[in-house]
Write a protein of this length. Sequence first.
Length: 160
Amino acid sequence: MNELELRDIHLPDAGLWWPPAPGWWVAAALLLVLVLLTPWLLRRLRYKPVKRLSLGELETIRNGFRSGQGKHEVIRDTAALLRRTLIAYRGREGFAASTGNTWTVQLQEMVAGEKFSQAQLQLLGHNRYQPDSDCDIDELLQACERWMRALPRSVAHVSG
């Protein structure tokens, strides 16, 4: 019989490992973005900015007033919210125990410009304990909203 002379099987050359295929570049870029954004995402999901929370709670107080809550309760809740917001921004030291005029001065110094009238500051400072006050609650809540919106962007966050 005639035997044909066949050549042996040749395996292809080993592929070069460099440069990687485009898919590997895309995967590396996505991994890098994920690694860089993870701390920011975790902080964003874990902490809520005080300013946003305060404005939300102020809206709850406003809705309570519209649904028939008394002026005294609205003033009390508003003063407590402003105090908590101030403490969240500045810390407890020197702010938690302040009362009266000292506290209202701290409120005014927190943001630039006059956000509260003198009557509103009196109401928040001393007169909030009066059983029946003659004030416009809508104006007070608007002044509080202006004050909160004027707060500086800061690292003040609340765990939630």
